[in-house]
Design a binder for this molecule. Structure first.
Ligand code: ZN
Length: 188
């Protein structure tokens, strides 16, 4: 129950994990650099505050250079903090583009649901696209494939029987229109 709730929270806000990661790296990176540096002669990171500030500036790859580790271990920690910063940005960008693709997909789905009688050709293209990516289809998507093909067949058969094709532009109508909505030809 508890982990389920956590899961839905993370699904709704996938950005939470990278943000927690950033915080953890800032804190642990800062503490690690503080511990390795603060007692070294000539060190400029001497307080935990300096170290955490350095950690933030490093993970964001801003790198003011006002505080820098001077020991090899401190510098290795710096490299790790820097690259995890870059890695997390990549993850965040990935999450957002995935969300955008999902949003576009559901938008397209809504569109096709609002227009159950898609033109046969459009439907055919949609089905062909699905078959091309058949190995990536979800179970649910696959289950819609066969009914979609059946209805395509029905649509195509019906289309050839009682449809009105614009003689100028080729647009097909199921109900005889007064004017072609595409090119404006008079049907009467
Ligand atoms: Zn037309």
């Amino acid at each position: 129950m508890r982990s389920e709730r956590l899961y839905t929270l993370l699904e709704a806000n996938p950005i939470v994990i990278p943000l927690i990661l950033v915080l953890v790296i800032i804190i642990f990176g800062g503490i690690a650099v503080y511990l390795t540096e603060h007692k070294l002669p000539g060190a400029n990171i001497t307080t935990l505050g300096d170290a955490l500030w350095w950690s933030v500036i490093t993970i964001t790859t801003v790198g003011y250079g006002d505080y820098t580790p001077i020991s090899p271990i401190g510098r290795i920690i710096g490299v790790i903090v820097m690259f995890s910063g870059i890695g997390i940005v990549v993850i965040i960008v990935g999450i957002f583009s995935q969300k955008r693709i999902k949003g576009l997909e559901s938008m397209l789905k809504l569109k096709t649901e609002a227009l159950p009688r898609l033109f046969g050709d459009e439907m055919k293209t949609a089905i062909i696209d699905k078959i091309k990516g058949i190995e990536n289809l979800t179970e649910e998507d696959f289950d819609t494939l066969i009914p979609a093909m059946k209805s395509l067949r029905r649509t195509l058969l019906e289309e050839s029987k009682n449809s009105y094709k614009c003689s100028r532009c080729g647009n097909v109508y199921y109900v005889k229109p007064k004017f072609c909505s595409n090119c404006g030809r008079d049907f009467t």
